[in-house]
Ligand binder design. Structure first.
Ligand SMILES: O=P(O)(O)OC[C@H]1O[C@@H](O)[C@H](O)[C@@H](O)[C@@H]1O
Length: 294
């Protein structure tokens, strides 16, 4: 229970039949409406005033503590995708399944500001045996700004990968385009040939399952879909971008993408991953920023 939350923030619990509920902070200010889960410090909803929501969130989430929430902005950390040596470890790391501590919540004329921290503990040590402190600073104003910081508190270096696995709300995948990744080599995760040998000259359009990793991304992208106003994504320090839509068949295999809801979601995931993983020396800190607007 958090005492002294500033006005405009309400603490709520998302009920789960499967066990303890998930704590969320519901924010309303003159700029936006938003919902943030303390599990994963995960933004679940962000809607600038007079505009459509920017993020997609599954209707069928069970909000079961310790289980990844499908939608919003889960953070993949300290690895992306399958663990490189131990495939039985959780996909996309453990940060999205863990409870982050709310350290600070404040309000000013530009909106609300929340600061969450996750430090190594017995559970993280079992999965990744390093001392670390990760901070997620979230500003909820006329744009959504997230600053992610990793500090190495260990006495040895470690390597990590991360991505904001953002699920964007789109009108129709068949009418959607992503601008900003033209002319860049990408790894097609669905193609058996491997390697960063694929390049497209036009904005990305979608007509089947798509799962691509770009490693030399420029940091500025735009998603346009039908008549809706575009979504702008800025992540200047993130050279890796994953573009993912599961299409019908994989959506039905995965949890929490019911019916044709896969047509209304698109993941554009900014971070540093795979061959762009970050090596952090003891005592060092690195930080990355993500800004979303519409
Ligand atoms: O179901 P998860 O673990 O959230 O992962 C969803 C997807 O995440 C994407 O980032 C990957 O590129 C996909 O291959 C994967 O299927």
């Amino acid at each position: 229970m958090h005492s002294n939350l500033p006005s405009g923030i309400n603490q709520q619990w998302l009920a789960s039949e499967a066990g303890p509920a998930i704590e969320v902070l519901v924010i309303k200010n003159s700029w936006c409406d938003a919902v943030i889960a303390c599990q994963g410090a995960q933004v679940l909803h962000y809607q600038p005033k007079q505009k459509l929501p920017i993020l997609w969130l599954s209707d069928t989430n069970q909000f079961q503590r310790g289980k990844a929430i499908r939608g919003g902005i889960p953070l993949c950390f300290p690895w992306f995708g399958k663990h490189p040596h131990q495939p039985d470890l959780p996909s996309h790391g453990f940060a999205r399944q863990m409870e982050w501590q709310l350290q600070q919540a404040s309000e000013n004329i530009q909106g609300h500001h929340l600061s969450f921290v996750l430090k190594d503990n017995a559970a993280t040590r079992l999965l990744w045996d390093y001392g670390f402190e990760a901070t997620m600073d979230i500003h909820l104003g006329n744009q959504l700004e997230i600053n992610f910081q990793v500090h190495n508190t260990d006495c040895q270096p470690f390597e990590f990968g991360f991505a904001w696995h953002s699920y964007f709300a789109i009108q129709d995948i068949n009418q959607t385009q992503v601008h900003g990744l033209e002319q860049l080599a990408f790894l097609d995760q669905l193609s058996p040939d491997g390697g960063y040998s694929h390049v497209e000259t036009q904005p990305i359009r979608f007509s089947s399952e798509t799962d691509r990793i770009y490693q030399q991304a420029g940091g500025h992208y735009e998603i346009s879909s039908g008549q809706e106003s575009p979504i702008y994504i800025d992540a200047p320090e993130c050279s890796s971008v994953v573009v993912w839509n599961p299409w019908a068949e994989k959506a039905h295999r995965l949890g929490d993408i019911p019916g044709d809801s896969w047509k209304h979601m698109l993941c554009v995931e900014c971070g540093k991953l795979d061959k762009a993983n970050v090596l952090l020396e003891p005592g060092q800190t690195v930080s990355y920023q993500l800004v979303l607007s519409r």
